[in-house]
Design a protein around this ligand. Structure first.
Ligand SMILES: [Zn+2]
Length: 488
């Protein structure tokens, strides 16, 4: 048999588990939710390595870093683009395509010529079914997704597992939701729906497309699974229901591993598993105050129209003299003066809106407000203003050390502060070492700084000799994965 004797080509499969921190991965393994990952760690020479994803701790930022080695000008999960006068969002109704021409110029994606499945970005020759599928325009790309769905529906084994699993998943999520409601626990309803959709449909299509791409012998395959992140938003990152979702991801990792050497594509795959960011428990800002951050802004700027993205619109009274766009991503909020071009620095904000910075910084639940200035930037807090200039002065150092290593965090913040797409005011909810004040109504959240949200993992073979201590941004993973892909 020719295939058996021919030297096998090398390939790389990366399984992206959205939102799972290194700490919760360890918990899930210890509690028996991920028996196959436990085996990888105990007998297959793998190690679960924590790394720093950088700031903001969101999927668009982290995934761009991993896939392209470049995540500049991605300040959040959703943001306002002043130049395009546009809210940039991903997933259903994605508008990223409208500004995509300004991103990743000259970059070669990790999955060039391979398959990128359910990612936010188009990054492979065959981009298949995913949350960003709506934004695809060219017919052949639409076909790639359509073919995956058709093949899935025509495959009796895949269909059997889907029906069996989706019935159980629906029952489990519905009963968990009912229990939470009866116990008057907080659940984030919109995430419960997203949770069901992802668990039942997207996970199975993605798994199917991953195994199919391996059988086609594509060299690099990147497949994203969002069920844990959705469940963690709905029920919390450490909730037993959330952790139990990881069983399905574990079985997907097992199925991919079983096909590592037996795929019809004749490729010898290495398999890496990683996450893009973690999550922390949250307290919603609006639960603390009975009103949103945008509602305060409308009180202080009564002649402005304030639009919250994922929130309300405050029309203001009389003739509007300005427009403020507020975008929320978990514990991070960007405030944009949308009709003033470019990013305003602290001086410009202060002279146009005297006292506004201090008012925002003094709100209960606001940890930091970051602004541009002539130097590396400035942080406003309830206790006054501090410079972000490196080397850090003592009071900035003591402020930042609650979240992470101050020097590393200062560099991450300073970089975000150079983005033209960042808000004129960049607002971080407080973090008490366990819970974060969140601007969206979620039980688990991320996007901000502090705790597990900044600490995802890479599950790698020890023989790959990955050194993670120098990784302070997800984009640092790109050259490591490229080298693994191109290994002799
Ligand atoms: Zn998320």
């Amino acid at each position: 048999m020719a295939r058996a004797t021919a030297p096998r080509r090398k390939g790389l499969v990366v399984i992206h588990v959205d939102g799972l921190s290194h700490a919760q991965l360890s918990t899930a393994v210890a509690r028996g939710h991920m028996p196959f990952v436990a085996r990888l760690l105990q007998t297959e020479g793998y190690a679960a390595l924590p790394y720093r994803c950088g700031v903001p701790s969101t999927t668009p930022f982290a995934q761009a870093g991993i896939l392209f080695g470049d995540n500049s000008e991605i300040p959040s999960y959703r943001w306002w683009d002043k130049k395009a006068n546009l809210l940039v969002v991903f997933g259903s109704g994605s508008t990223f395509a409208q500004v995509a021409h300004r991103y990743f110029t000259g970059r070669v994606p990790l999955t060039q010529g391979g398959a990128c499945i359910a990612a936010l970005y188009r990054a492979g020759a065959t981009d298949r079914f995913g949350p960003a599928y709506e934004e695809r325009h060219t017919p052949d790309q639409r076909d790639a997704g359509g073919r995956t769905i058709a093949a899935f529906l025509l495959n009796p084994v895949a269909l059997y597992f889907w029906i069996r699993h989706s019935g159980l998943a629906l029952f489990r999520i519905a009963s968990e939701y009912a229990r939470a409601r009866l116990a008057r626990r907080r659940t984030a309803d919109v995430y419960v729906i997203a949770d069901i959709y992802h668990e039942v449909v997207v996970h199975h299509l993605t798994r199917f497309a991953l195994l199919q791409a391996m059988d086609e012998g594509l060299q690099t395959i990147y497949a994203c699974f969002y069920t844990y992140d959705e469940a963690a938003h709905a029920f919390g990152p450490a909730d037993p229901n959330t952790l139990s979702v990881l069983r399905h991801i574990d079985s997907t990792i097992r199925l991919a591993s079983e096909r590592r050497l037996t795929n019809r594509g004749g490729v010898d795959y290495e398999i890496a598993v990683l996450s893009d960011h973690g999550q922390v428990e949250t307290t919603p800002f609006s639960a603390k105050h009975g009103r949103s951050l945008g509602s305060y802004l409308s009180e202080w700027l009564p002649d402005h129209v304030i639009t919250e993205h994922r929130g309300q619109v405050f029309a203001g009274n009389g003739q509007a003299r300005g427009r403020v766009e507020v975008t929320y991503s978990g514990g991070l909020a960007h405030i944009y003066f949308a009709d003033l071009p470019g990013r305003l620095d602290a001086g410009a904000v202060e002279s146009r809106y005297p006292g506004l910075i201090s008012r925002v910084a003094r709100l209960d639940g606001i940890g930091l407000v970051m602004l541009k200035d002539a130097g590396d930037g400035m942080l406003a807090t309830v206790d006054g203003r501090r410079s972000l200039h490196l080397p850090l002065v003592d009071d900035t150092r003591s402020l930042l050390e609650r979240f992470d290593s101050p020097d590393i965090l200062a560099k991450q913040l300073t970089r975000l502060n150079t983005f033209d797409t960042a808000g004129d005011l960049v607002v971080f909810g407080t973090y008490d070492g366990h819970k974060q004040v969140n601007f969206e109504d979620q039980v688990g959240g991320h996007g901000s700084i502090g705790g597990d949200q900044l600490r995802p993992f890479l599950l790698a073979k020890k023989t790959w000799n990955f050194e993670m201590s120098a990784v302070t941004n997800s984009s640092d993973l790109y050259p490591m994965l490229v080298a693994l892909r191109d290994r002799a």
